[in-house]
Design a protein around this ligand. Structure first.
Ligand code: DQA
Length: 145
């Protein structure tokens, strides 16, 4: 079975409690369980990781090169600021799909800019936890032999 990394960035550990009107009421653990189940339906083995630390996210992306066919990545607030994460995405040579729970284009203008997206295979935003599900589908399509 193809292995896929789902990587959550800063503050996403607080899902459920954090701005539920914006991000929904599911906890990160509940979303991760849904993604593992979705992966099974799609023939993907899904591993989920979260970090609030830029360097740890970079290390996790580097390591994914050795075991995953692709990454579904929600960089959280680092989306809009991190050259280092963008460079990591560009460096690893496996497809990365950027995802967001909220529709970042319907929010503050600083969220309209992603430094990460140009290095990604594509981007999905605005569908709550289903953005990740669509991201998994995209990785499956992109890695179809
Ligand atoms: C987010 C959108 C970002 O702008 C924000 O900083 C987040 C969550 C989302 O999933 O909608 O932390 O990535």
């Amino acid at each position: 079975m193809k292995k896929v990394l789902v990587l959550h960035g800063p503050n996403l550990n607080l899902l459920g409690a954090r701005e539920p009107g914006m991000y929904g009421s599911l906890t990160l653990e509940e979303i991760n369980q849904k993604l593992v189940n979705t992966g099974q339906e799609l023939g993907l083995e899904v591993t989920c990781r979260q970090s609030n630390h830029e360097g740890e996210l970079i290390d996790t992306l580097h390591k994914a090169r050795d075991w995953a066919v692709g990454v579904v990545f929600n960089p959280g607030g680092y989306t809009h600021t991190s050259v280092a994460l963008r460079d990591a995405v560009a460096a690893i040579g496996i497809p990365v799909v950027e995802v967001h729970l909220s529709n970042v284009y319907a929010r503050e203008s600083f969220r309209h800019v992603s430094l990460i997206a140009p290095a990604c295979a594509g981007k999905i935003a605005g569908f709550g936890w289903q953005s990740y599900r669509l991201g998994l589908l995209a990785i499956r399509e992109l890695t179809e032999a």
